[in-house]
Design a protein around this ligand. Structure first.
Ligand code: PLP
Ligand code: COI
Length: 339
């Protein structure tokens, strides 16, 4: 293994030693196989390739000061993958198989878990797709489930320094009754036009609005949005966003810190009343937002003008990341030590 510069890791792919795979055929899941290949043999007519019949997850393992590796709320990811599978009519991965695969692949790649204090973590990517051949539009009868891991730094290179985002009104990521609540590839494909445009204009990400009325905040590219005012954590309720596990955890963390929390529709105009804003997710962790630009309305919303994240954002960040790293007592029972 070449020496990795843990402190400067991008959010990208780095080859590790092993991944695990399992196939669903003839009405049952087969054995979990360990592979050292980065490739899979896929049928040219697989539904995952042609009709986007696929779902994935994103989770992290954290190295503690005590040398123990901990995984954050894996059961929530397992449940969400079952929900996503149902969303595109795939055979779901049973929770126990998901658990076995995730813990096995971490154990096999323990040397790739970034050291405590480096700011990097081991990202875990479970993937499920229709691998059976169909040409008509219908669900496959065969599925492939695999899990790979890769060491990563934070998604937004700025880490805990504020990022700038742009509101996007000319692309919808997901329709109200579409697949936005599922973690399926099609949503990410649909987001690319907006994301590339935002990047070209110098923004870290795009903020999507509700597709029906374009009145309310949906989410921030691959992360949920939150705003803060009057010691209250406010996050959008929407039928077209991913139900972030980080976000729902932050609502509980907020409660434990005496910060109120509200999940409700967030009108775009309300952006002007927030004193802090941020994006949250497994990859994004908590990324404070410095500025939100709404080019179509000629509006700029600014937060943390001194270039530093706000006080409430930092309180939430320190407690959540403290729990994940094993530094703060896990009062919610969220962490599982990898044995
Ligand atoms: N929203 C989208 C579209 C995402 O891809 C993610 C990442 O998984 C999130 C939000 C954050 O969800 P979580 O906190 O469960 O990682
Ligand atoms: C995650 O936060 O885990 C995600 O899956 C985001 C990703 C699409 C980069």
């Amino acid at each position: 293994m070449e020496q990795l510069n843990w402190k400067c890791l991008p959010f990208g792919y780095i080859k590790t030693d092993y991944n695990v795979r399992c196939r669903y055929r003839d009405g049952k899941w087969g054995d979990l196989e360990v592979s050292s290949s980065e490739y899979i043999d896929v049928h040219i007519a697989a539904t995952g390739l042609h009709y986007g019949q696929e779902a994935f997850e994103g989770m992290k393992a954290y190295m503690g000061r005590d040398g123990k590796v901990r995984v954050f709320r894996w059961d929530e990811n397992a449940k969400r993958m079952i929900l996503s599978a149902g969303g595109v009519k795939m055979t779901p991965v049973p929770e126990e198989l998901f658990r076995e695969a995730v813990f096995k692949v971490i154990n096999l790649n323990k040397k790739f878990v970034p050291p405590y204090g480096s700011g990097a973590n081991l990202y875990i990517r479970p993937l499920l797709f229709g691998s059976g051949a169909e040409v008509g539009v219908k669900p496959a009868t065969e599925y492939t489930f695999l899990v790979f891991v890769t060491p990563v730094g934070p998604y937004f290179r700025e880490g805990i320094s504020p990022v700038n985002m742009m509101i996007c009104r000319d692309v919808d990521r997901a329709a109200p009754l579409g697949t936005g609540i599922f973690k399926v590839g099609g949503n990410y494909a649909a987001s690319l036009r907006a994301l590339v445009k935002a990047k070209e204009l110098g923004y870290s990400s795009t903020i999507f609005l509700d597709a029906r009325e374009k009145k309310y905040i949906d989410e921030c590219g691959p992360a949920n949005f939150f705003g803060i005012k009057d010691n209250t954590y406010i996050t959008p309720k929407s039928e077209s966003i991913l139900n972030s596990i980080t976000n729902k955890s932050l609502i509980e963390v907020a409660g434990s810190l005496g910060i109120r929390a509200e999940r409700r529709r967030v009108p775009v105009e309300e952006l002007s009343s927030f004193t802090e804003a941020g994006a949250c997710g497994t990859a994004a962790v908590i990324s404070p937002i410095g500025k939100i630009v709404d080019p179509d309305k000629n509006m700029i919303y600014e937060y943390c003008k001194d270039g530093k994240p706000g006080e409430v954002t930092m309180k939430l960040y320190n407690k959540l990341v403290g729990i994940q790293n094993g530094d703060v007592e896990d009062e919610f029972g969220w962490m599982t030590v990898v044995e």
